[in-house]
Design a protein around this ligand. Sequence first.
Ligand code: NDP
Length: 505
Amino acid sequence: MPLSEESDSPSATVHTPARLESTDPATGDVVGVFPVHDADAVRATVERARAAAERWAALGYAERRLRLAAYRGHLARRLPELADLVHRENGKPHDDAVLEVTLAVDHLAWAAGHAARTLGPRRVRPGLLAANQAAYLEYRPLGVVGVIGPWNYPVFTPMGSIAYALAAGNAVVFKPSEHTPAVGAWLAAAWRAAVPDVPDAVQVVTGYGETGAALCRAGVGKIAFTGSAPTGRRVMATCAETLTPVLMELGGKDAMIVDDDADVAAAADAAVWGAMSNAGQTCIGIERVYATSAVYDRFVGEVTRRVADLEPGSHDRAAYGPMTMAGQGDVVRRHVADALAAGGRLVAGGTVDGRFVAPTVLLDVPETSAAVREETFGPTLTITRVADAEEGLTRANASSMGLGGSVFSGSAARAMDLARRMRSGMTSINSVLTFASVPALPFGGVGDSGFGRIHGEDGLREFSRAKAITRQRFALPVPLMSFARPAPAARTLARVTGLLHGRHR
Ligand code: NDP
C-alpha cells in the first residue's frame, strides 16, 4: 500500500501540482504521495522547529542523549521495515538497505555519546597577558538546522547531518529528495513516536527544488546540503541572500591507486564493490582506477572476472538495483560513448536496459574524456595503466573534485604517504569506503566536492558555534585596558614582549 502523509484523505492519491508522487524505480508502483510544501508551509514548519529547538537545547546533554537512544532503539527495532521502504523507493537490494540503516544507527549512537565531551563547557589556559582571567569555551547550538538530502543513501546521508545536529542541541527540518520523500517522512514519524515530548525537533518538508530553496530562506541557523555541485551552487546563492551558513557535501570522482606490491585480488574485489554497489550511485564510489604496469594486466583480469558474475535487478539475487533516476542511464551512455570515441576500450558492460545498467569496465580512457573527468554515478569503472603509484597519485589528484579515494599497497608506510598526499577529504588503505563507517572520522570533501564536515567531533562542531567567555578573577595591579593605564605601562609591556618573543628569528 502506498504511504502518504495524509493517507486518510481520499485526495492524497491524486497527482496534482501540490502533490508529489514517489514511485518504485524498478516497477513504477506508487510508494507514497506527499504534499509539495510551499514557502509559507516551510516557514511555519521552521517556526515550530524554533520553539522545539529551545526546549531541546534546554534539556541538556544527558537528557538529549536518553532521547537520542530512544530514537536509535526505535530505528533498530524497525530496521527491516525501514530497509524494505528504502529498497522500494530507492531500488537498492534489501540487504544493502539493511547495511545503510545499520551504519546510520551507529552514527546516531556515536554522536549522542560524544556530544557532551566534544561541545560541553571547558576551561582553557588564559595565557600570560590575561593571567587574571578564567577562560571558558563551549559550543552552543545554532537553533534550527535545515537538512537537504539526496536519494542515493536516503537514510545514511541525511542522518550524517541529522544525528550530529540533534546531538549538538539543534532541531532539524529535513527536506528529502523528491525521489525519496517516503523515507524522509518515515524518519520524521519515527522521531515523533520515539521522542513524543519534543515531537517537533525533527520535522520533514517534502517537495521539489523550490521547497529546498524555501528552506534556505526560512531563517534557519545553517543549511546542511548534500547533492550535486550545480545544485550546491544554487543553494549557496540562495543562502547568501540571508547570510545563512552552509555545509556542502557534493559529488565525487574518487580514484583508487593500485601499487606494484598490492594484493591484486583484494584490490579488484574492493574496486568492483566500490564502483558497482548501489548501482554506482555512491558519492564516494570508486569511478577511476590507476593500476601500475606491474599489476595492470592481473588487475584487469580479476575485475572482469568478478563483474561477469554481477547481475543487476530487483530480485533477491541481484547485485544491485535500477538507476533511481530515469535520466541517469543517459549519463552512463554518454560517458561510455565519449570514452570509446576517444580511444578507450570496453571490456565489460556498456549496455543500458531501461533503468538497469550492466556493470561496465573501460580501459585506458584518455584523462580528458567525460568518463574520467565528470561524476558518472553509475556502475562503471575506468582502469588506466600508470608507470608507478606516483603517476597514479598525480592523475588521481588532477580532478576538480576530491571527496574520498583508496590506495592498495603492500607497504603500510608507502600507502600512508600516498593517502596523505591524495587531494581528498578521506582515503581508505587496502579497502574502499570504510572511512564512512568510522563515526569518529570526519566526512567531507575538498574543491568541487564541497566543504565542511559531518561525522566525528568535527561533525558535531559543524552544527554549533563556539562561545568564548572570560571571567575576571582579580584586577591586575597595572590595568592595561583602561584609560587609567599609567603612561610607563606600554613601555614595560614592549620590553616584556621583546624579552619573550624578540629572540625568535
Ligand atoms: P541534487 O543536487 O539534484 O539534489 C539534492 C537535493 O537538493 C534534493 O533534495 C533536491 O530536491 C534539492 N534541491 C534541488 N534544487 C534545489 C534548490 N534550488 N534549492 C534547494 N534545494 C534544491 O542531487 P541528487 O539528489 O541527484 O544526489 C546526487 C548527488 O549527491 C551526487 O552528485 C552525489 O555525489 C552527491 N552526494 C554527495 C554526498 C556527500 O556526502 N558528499 C553523499 C551522497 C550524495 P529535489 O530532489 O526535490 O530536486
